[in-house]
Write a protein that binds this ligand. Structure first.
Ligand code: PGA
Length: 249
C-alpha cells in the first residue's frame, strides 16, 4: 500500500517565531488525526533546525537544495547540510523555482540525484502552464519533466521519491483542477512510471496533487484512485486548514 501524504509548502512566509508556533500547532492538531496520512511541513531554510526540535510525528522538508555538493556557491544550501539539520524530504522543481530561478529539467535532475545520494527523499514537482494545457501539450510537458528530471534513477531510488503534480494555472490562483483533471494526469504519470521503471515503482509511488487545494476541495481530490495526497501552499499557513486537509482522507 502506498503512503498517503499531505505536505505543506510554506514558501517564503513566516518569521522564525511565527513559523515555530505554526509548526507546533500543526504537530498538535494533526497528532490525533484518524487519517493515516503522513504529514510533512516545508518551512524556510532559516527555520528548519529549530522547527525540527519541535515536531515528532510531523516530518520536515526543505523547499529547495543546491545542485552542487559543497564549495564556492554563495547562498546555496547543500543536501548534506539539510541532512545535518535533521531534514528528511526536499521539494525539487517547484514551478516557482522553474519560472523565477530558471531551473530546468537538467539541473533539477542533478538536484534529485544529489539529494538521494545525501539520503534526502525528493518531492519532485511537475505540471503544465495554462497555454500548454490549452494547446493540448500537457501530457507531453509533464512526460519530459519526469523523464529528464528523474533520468538515471533506479527502481530502488524511486522508492524514496514522491511526485507532486501541480498544474501551474492552479497554484495560488484559487482555480483548482477538477477531480477528473487531477485523476487523468495522475493516472498518466503512473503509467509513464511503469514504462520508465517498472509496475512496482508505478504502484508504490505516492502522487500528490497541488494547486489551490483547501479544506473544501481536498476530499474530492483525494478520493481519486491515483491521488495519494496533496502539496499545499496557501492553506498550509493556517494550522486549522492544514489539519482539515489531512482529515479529508
Ligand atoms: P497553493 O500552492 O496551494 O497556494 O496553490 C501550492 C504549491 O505551490 O505547492
Amino acid at each position: 500500500m502506498r503512503k498517503k501524504i499531505v505536505a505543506g509548502n510554506w514558501k517564503m512566509n513566516t518569521l522564525l517565531k511565527d513559523g515555530m508556533e505554526l509548526a507546533k500547532a500543526v504537530e498538535e492538531q494533526t497528532r490525533a488525526s484518524s487519517a493515516d496520512a503522513m504529514v510533512i511541513i516545508a518551512p524556510p531554510f532559516t527555520h528548519l533546525s529549530r522547527i525540527g526540535d519541535l515536531i515528532s510525528h510531523v516530518r520536515l522538508a526543505a523547499q529547495n537544495c543546491s545542485s552542487e555538493a559543497s564549495g564556492a556557491y554563495t547562498g546555496e544550501v547543500s543536501p548534506d547540510m539539510l541532512i545535518s539539520a535533521g531534514v528528511e524530504y526536499v521539494i525539487i522543481g517547484h514551478s516557482e523555482r522553474r519560472s523565477y530561478y530558471a531551473e530546468d529539467n537538467q539541473v533539477l535532475n542533478k538536484k534529485v540525484k544529489l539529494a538521494l545520494e545525501a539520503g534526502l527523499k525528493p518531492i519532485y514537482c511537475c505540471g503544465e502552464v495554462l497555454e500548454e494545457r490549452e494547446a493540448g501539450k500537457l501530457f507531453e510537458v509533464v512526460e519530459t519533466q519526469i523523464k529528464v528530471g528523474l533520468e538515471g534513477l533506479t527502481a530502488a531510488d524511486m522508492e524514496k521519491v514522491v511526485i507532486a503534480y501541480e498544474p501551474v494555472w492552479a497554484i495560488g490562483t484559487g482555480k483548482v483542477a477538477t477531480p477528473e483533471q487531477a485523476q487523468e494526469m495522475h493516472q498518466f504519470i503512473r503509467q509513464l512510471l511503469a514504462r520508465l521503471f517498472d509496475e512496482r515503482v508505478a504502484e508504490d509511488i505516492s502522487l500528490l496533487y497541488g494547486g489551490s487545494c483547501k479544506p473544501s476541495n481536498a476530499a474530492e481530490l483525494f478520493a481519486n484512485p491515483d491521488v495519494d495526497g496533496g502539496l499545499i501552499g496557501g492553506a498550509s499557513l493556517k494550522a486549522g486548514d492544514f489539519a482539515a486537509i489531512v482529515n479529508a482522507f
